[in-house]
Write a protein that binds this ligand. Sequence first.
Ligand code: ADP
Ligand code: MG
Length: 318
Amino acid sequence: MIITCPSCSTKYQLNEARLKRAQVKVRCMKCKTLFIVRRRNLNQEPVKGAETMAPTVPRRTPPVDNSRCVTMTICNQKGGVAKTSSCMNIGISLAQMGKRVLLVDFDVQANLSVLLGKFNAKSFFDVMDSQNESIDQHIIATDYGLSLLPSNTKMALLAKKQMQQGDYEYLLTEKLNEIKKEYDYILIDTPPSGDFFTLNALLASDAAIIPTQCEYLSINGVDHIVRMVNVIKEKRMHHLNYKVLVTMYNADITAANVILDKIKNKYGDHLLNGIIQMDGKVQESQINQKPLHYYDAGSRAATEYSAVAKELMEAQLK
Ligand SMILES: Nc1ncnc2c1ncn2[C@@H]1O[C@H](COP(=O)(O)OP(=O)(O)O)[C@@H](O)[C@H]1O
Ligand SMILES: [Mg+2]
């Protein structure tokens, strides 16, 4: 049922299952007023002193995206599966194929910004914090033919601040919609979680790209994202697609081959044909502070990432 705060008129969706008693006390997250909600009679009146119950944020119609830009979120609940490396290397591959690419660093760790030599710049926090500046003013050029919306430590405050204000799930969608016409591809790097950041990123995307190693726990992380994708598709009427990308594959390890077979069976057409193998050049390039394609363009991993980028271009994700 929809309830309305009698003080500030903010509307909330209240789960009827929570109304076990004839009346409950609810605190408005916006103006902090306490008011009573009755089961049968929905008249509400302010009261003094009661326990807090956080109302559910109201669902609303998703903002419309009329652009041709394809947006992809690189995500897996597990850390260290090559999310950031894949985001950068696929992004650079697409840029080298002449595409207009924006990378969004949506992780407070800011690893993507560091790898691109752009740490200590502004972030999506500053986009939301500024009154008059557009998202465009926070996007910076890199030396590698693509643009970056960097991250910084202030991103740690973003989730708390925005969630307190209620309607937070489409923040990134709305900001990216302002600039999508300027890009062919937007790639969003996310933290190893399924929280505020990943949800905002997925809602703004056409596809989730889920990197995974051929390890049991990484697949658990894939399952978690696939469940999120399915909930978003069902509850938000979203066309969200997903692709699984095997990373750091080592054919000499028997267990890796067993798990690769499981991944093939489980995800079928959602598994990208291109596989990224374990390649010391990836780490070497990061130590030398150069993207892989600029450090060693002929390396196995650089070639494999270019092939994956091509596969994604042909995949009709939008
Ligand atoms: N194909 C690869 N071969 C070898 N090492 C890799 C490969 N891909 C990524 N790595 C290394 O694995 C580590 C984790 O990668 P990263 O992209 O930061 O993962 P995540 O963003 O998922 O935490 C980094 O040290 C990175 O250099
Ligand atoms: Mg990362």
